[in-house]
Design a protein around this ligand. Structure first.
Ligand code: PLP
Length: 477
């Protein structure tokens, strides 16, 4: 037998020294970046369409040294963005991005443990299950509950809908109907459509004066559909809408679901974790009566983007909706009683040790720290809302249930909508604050969402000052 001809192959394994050096440099760059956050712009997107054009590139046949690449990332890529880690980022839904979670990602990825199936990393799978069991306990779910960690709330909504569809409708979704308020996040409608529910079967119902679902309209729609021979199967409640943070009347929706034997899904992607603190628990009364619940750790637990979750009260139904097996996944590797393989409950198979980024900060800081931070955000919101009410010219369009304030300014002259669109533009252009806008019942409003763990009283006071100055400046021209 001839020898295999030896060819020179680039060694992709770095030496221990090179790994240390690379790690240290990356760490230093990150720590410098975080240290500089308070003095950095809240957004930097001018001419971005033009700028990105110069970044198209062909595949790099030859390598480049790490220092050059790191410098490129930190000076050319990261700064061209909305600064979502900034304490004054109060647009859309912030979270901040806890550093220990990033370290957890690094640990998980560099050891490259396979957390999709139990047998490949049983202790890692247990830590993920622990995290999901903690979520269940915090939400008042029973021991029968099971859950999954997803990439975000959208996929969690998707798996929730698929579970309900398979359980209630079986293989025929053609007449299945869905009920949600018109303030529901679009990912729920997207989930329904992706799951094969005809778009015409989705009922988006009007809300009350504080943008909460109206159970009377849900009931009317359910009855009308039943008369037409449709199959109502899925009621959606919001434990904090994206637009205004409104919490739907959760017990009433639960009552309706029970009366008509429908699946009750709650989207708590933004607001669900407020159930951890006393003040939030009051607002979210009834959350435990849902059949499935979405919670986004990358919002309410302040994690970096990349983690959502779904809990299903009757966990076996989640499993039945997602389990499919194959010869190459051997039966003897099935988890023992009480343990779970994530892949049996989720659309995914191979994936990272995702739960580590949740587990590490919770263990490191303890749950009390999260409780305090969430309660603080509720207090700050109340404080800021009160200031808006006292401030001449400003109007709030909703009473905050959680941590979103919606406001607009009434100028002495000119159109209100045009003025407020310009006002938001000027606030963003000041680079001292980042907010976003939306429509509530067709009215344009600016939103403040206080959720980053870096946002405290000082940032909220400054935000108010920036808003007031921008409004007066625009008014006096
Ligand atoms: C209430 C609500 N549900 C679902 C989602 C979708 O979550 P994700 O962006 O993590 O997919 C969001 C996102 O902001 C949300 O606010």
């Amino acid at each position: 037998m001839g020898k295999i001809k030896t060819m020179k192959v680039t060694d992709l394994e770095l030496s221990p020294e090179a790994m240390m050096k690379m790690g240290e440099k990356a760490l230093r760059a990150v720590v410098d970046h975080i240290k500089s956050l308070p003095n950095s712009p809240r957004s930097n997107l001018e001419n971005s369409a033009q700028i990105v054009r110069s970044f198209r590139e062909s595949p790099p046949e030859k390598g480049t040294n790490f220092d050059t690449l790191l410098d490129f990332l930190m000076s050319k890529v990261i700064p061209v963005s909305i600064n979502t880690a900034h304490p004054a980022y109060m647009g859309y839904i912030p979270g901040g991005g806890l550093y220990p979670s990033a370290i957890a990602d690094f640990l998980g990825a560099s050891t490259n443990r396979y957390a999709g199936v139990w047998f490949a990393a049983p202790v890692a799978a247990r830590l993920e299950a622990n995290v999901l069991e903690w979520f269940s306990q915090w939400m008042g779910y029973p021991e029968s509950a099971r859950g999954i960690l997803t990439s975000g709330g959208s996929l969690a909504n998707f798996s929730g809908l698929v579970t309900a569809r398979r359980h209630v409708l079986g293989d025929d979704s053609s007449r299945g109907t869905v009920y949600a308020s018109d303030q529901t996040h679009h990912s729920v409608m997207k989930a329904a459509i992706l799951a094969g529910i005809p778009e015409r079967n989705i009922r988006l119902l009007e809300v009350d004066d504080n943008f909460r679902a109206r159970p009377d309209l849900f009931e009317k729609a359910i009855q009308a559909d039943q008369k037409k021979g449709m199959k109502p199967f899925f009621i959606v409640g919001n434990a904090g809408t994206t637009n205004s943070g409104a919490v739907d009347p959760l017990p009433e929706l639960a009552g309706l679901a029970k009366k008509y034997k429908l699946w009750y899904h709650l989207d708590g992607a933004y607001g669900g974790f407020f159930n951890l603190c006393k003040e939030g628990k009051k607002v979210l009364n009834g959350i435990e009566r849902s059949d499935s619940l979405v919670l986004d750790p990358h919002k309410g637990l302040f994690l970096p983007y990349g983690t959502g979750s779904l809990l299903v009260k009757e966990g076996e139904l989640l499993r039945r909706a997602h389990i499919l097996t194959a010869d190459y996944l051997m039966d003897e590797m099935a988890p023992p009683e009480g343990e779970t393989s994530a892949a049996e409950y989720s659309p995914e198979l191979s994936r990272s040790f995702r739960g580590l980024r949740v587990w590490l900060p919770l263990k490191l800081f303890g749950v009390q720290a999260f409780r305090e931070n969430l309660a603080e955000k509720l207090r700050l919101t109340k404080w800021m809302y009160q200031r808006f009410l006292e401030e001449p010219g400003f109007e709030c369009l909703s009473v905050p249930d959680l941590t979103v304030i919606t406001f607009r300014y009434h100028p002495r002259r000119g159109r209100v909508e045009a003025f407020n669109r310009k006002l938001l533009e000027n606030i963003i252009r000041s680079k001292r604050l980042y907010l976003s806008g939306t429509l509530l019942k067709g009215e344009y409003v600016i939103r403040v969402c206080i959720l980053s763990f870096r946002t405290h009283q000082q940032e909220v006071e400054e935000a108010l000052e920036v808003i007031k100055t921008a409004a007066r400046g625009l008014e006096t021209g």
